[in-house]
Design a protein around this ligand. Structure first.
Ligand code: DAH
Length: 352
């Protein structure tokens, strides 16, 4: 039996000497140390031996097992080392090769501009109020003092949903951010109908119009609506606030002019122009020779609109304005095609 063990050890060690790689080493382990190996059979045969033989053979078998396991560990280690050495010497690493650049994500230019606008407005006390993008005709038009068939609606061709069943109040994608005026006033006045709180909010978000898509018009775009309602608010407040906004946005030297205009939900209404910062007011292609660039619409909130929002027009007054961040970007960077904004072309987006 003891001779047999010596033989087992000798055979195993000889076989190990010729093992060259890790998979051969694994099959060596199964053959010589595995459950069905000759060595393990010696262990399972111990029970059949006499009392005197058992400890002697048991000890000898253990010694062989420990010895084989130790050699296996050594061999594993040396195989690993030689694999590493081979790969270091054969697979050359060229540290002078240029690395692959990691593309860093960034905010969409419209989002960046929205944030610039909101940051300036925030310093003037305007808090962000989010209003919904899917609206009713009532909110988008009627409560803003657009009569059912008023021609002013034609400026804002709409995407209607569910048009027929809802009669005169179909659902549509909001064509401007102004319905947020009604939503916010109704929400705030409902808190204390007899004594509604003053409002100073900025409402950013996407608007949609059923336009033919061209270099100048898109079917979706952002707007930021502003609304201030309280006691004693005048057109002078509107003018001062928007002039200040334009200087902060376009530079202290920016000259501003207010042009009389018409919107059903404000009276009086105006459009605001800044002096063209491309030509300094001399007239160029960007301002189409006029020297001025239009940046927003504004006005004193119409009494009917205040009333619809739950604010008594005899006691309260207010002003509102609406501007487009994409338009501002186009003016600022002389982007000549609005389709770039939603065209998903990284060559455009990477420039911001
Ligand atoms: N809602 C208007 C539009 O999209 C813009 C506008 C004009 C908003 C005057 C206002 C305003 O709040 O007072 O054409």
């Amino acid at each position: 039996m003891l001779e047999n063990l010596n033989e087992i050890e000798k055979t195993a060690l000889e076989a190990l000497a010729s093992v060259q790689n890790e998979s051969d080493l694994e099959s060596w382990r199964v053959t010589h140390l595995g459950r069905n190996s000759s060595l393990m059979q010696v262990f399972s045969g111990l029970g059949g031996l006499s009392k005197e033989e058992r400890p002697v053979v048991g000890q000898a078998a253990n010694r062989v097992k420990v010895a084989l396991e130790a050699t296996l560990a050594d061999k594993t280690e040396s195989l690993k080392r030689s694999t590493l050495e081979r790969s270091l010497s054969e697979e050359k690493l060229d540290v002078t090769l240029p690395g692959r650049t990691i593309h860093q994500g960034r905010l969409h230019p419209s989002t960046q501009q929205l944030r610039r606008v909101l940051a300036i407005l925030a310093e003037m006390g305007f808090q962000v109020y989010t209003s919904r993008e899917v609206e009713t005709d009532q909110m988008n038009f009627q409560l803003l003092n657009f009569a059912l068939h008023h021609p002013a609606r034609e400026m804002q061709d709409s995407f209607y949903v569910d048009a027929r069943e809802r009669g005169d109040n179909p659902i549509l994608l909001r064509t401007h951010s102004s319905p947020g005026q009604i939503r916010s006033m109704q929400e705030f006045s409902a808190k204390d109908p007899k004594n509604p709180p003053p409002i100073r909010i900025a409402m950013p978000g996407m608007c949609f119009r059923y336009e033919q898509i061209t270099a100048r018009s898109e079917i979706q775009f952002n707007q930021v609506e502003g609304l201030a309602v309280g006691e004693g608010i005048t057109f002078a407040d509107l003018k001062g606030m928007l002039t200040n906004f334009a200087r902060r946005m376009f530079g202290v030297q920016a000259r501003v002019r207010f042009r009389a205009s018409y919107f059903p939900f404000t009276a009086p209404s105006a459009e605001v122009d800044v002096e063209c910062f491309v030509c300094g007011g001399k007239g160029c292609q960007v301002c189409k020779g006029s020297g001025w660039l239009e940046i927003l619409g504004c006005g004193m909130v119409h009494p009917v609109v205040l009333q619809n929002g739950g604010y008594d027009p005899k006691r309260y007054s207010g002003f509102a304005f609406g501007m487009g961040p994409e338009r501002q970007l186009m003016l600022r960077y002389r982007i000549n095609d609005i389709r770039y904004f939603w065209g998903n072309d990284v060559r455009f987006l990477e420039q911001f």
